[in-house]
Ligand binder design. Sequence first.
Ligand SMILES: NC(=O)c1ccc[n+]([C@@H]2O[C@H](COP(=O)([O-])OP(=O)(O)OC[C@H]3O[C@@H](n4cnc5c(N)ncnc54)[C@H](OP(=O)(O)O)[C@@H]3O)[C@@H](O)[C@H]2O)c1
Length: 248
Amino acid sequence: MAASRVAVVTGANRGIGEEIARQLAARGLHVVATSREPGRRFAVLDVEDRASIDAFARSHAAAGVEVLVNNAGASFDGFDAKVVARTLAVNFFGPMHLTDALLPSMRPGARVVMVSSGMGKLARLGAALRARFADPSLARAGLLDLVNGFVRDVGAGTHERHGWPSNAYSVSKIALNALVRVMARELAGDARGILVNSADPGWVRTRMGGRSAPSSVEDGAKTPVYLALLPPGGPTGEFFASERKTAF
Ligand SMILES: NC(=O)c1ccc[n+]([C@@H]2O[C@H](COP(=O)([O-])OP(=O)(O)OC[C@H]3O[C@@H](n4cnc5c(N)ncnc54)[C@H](OP(=O)(O)O)[C@@H]3O)[C@@H](O)[C@H]2O)c1
């Protein structure tokens, strides 16, 4: 019998991540559900911690990875350089480092899904920044320059003048969406045909989304699961909401 396909889901101990893990398991995947806290059902992974990412990647390399859903995310109160650095660490650098670390173990046709947000739309940026993020030739180094520029501008009190919103979460998801485009370009010559896309789950009733959100976790998990199970040769470098391509 063929070994079952492995799906890694981060932040799977609650909220949308727990439901993504449940839906993927129901489709027959072997789900490695990760959590910051050790527990019987979880592999330990703190996406803010490079050592934790490297240890996780080492211990799961042998099995190979068919699906990676970067779901873990956070939104912190307040807005200053510290909040910005922490938000980017969890929502942008975490998914980037984990994807990089697992890339060598990815099987042909693997899918990478970034759980992003409607708050990650380019429209939240000033025109000059929007053009730099949307530039079809933007590469990894340029994206990191942009992200580090936001941190510097917030520290210097110049971010609004330079076209950034006063919202760390929003910028972290804008950068995550840009990473999807950058990674799709980086992987264009990779024979494995890996697909990298981001998903807006909608406004969902979780600890982050709150009780008055209109959508259930079942609905919120749908688009990430759809992207995790895309057929071979499917779209890559795109942003989806309600299982359809949407504008960045
Ligand atoms: N809910 C919404 O309306 C909504 C809308 C748009 C996008 N999203 C996105 O959907 C994703 C899931 O959010 P949710 O609504 O399910 O939120 P949630 O209920 O607050 O769950 C967040 C998950 O991320 C984990 N996490 C946070 N920091 C982490 C870290 N450093 N390392 C590893 N795991 C970490 C949490 O783990 P702990 O339990 O250890 O804290 C938890 O499992 C996030 O990326 C979020 O930005 C949510």
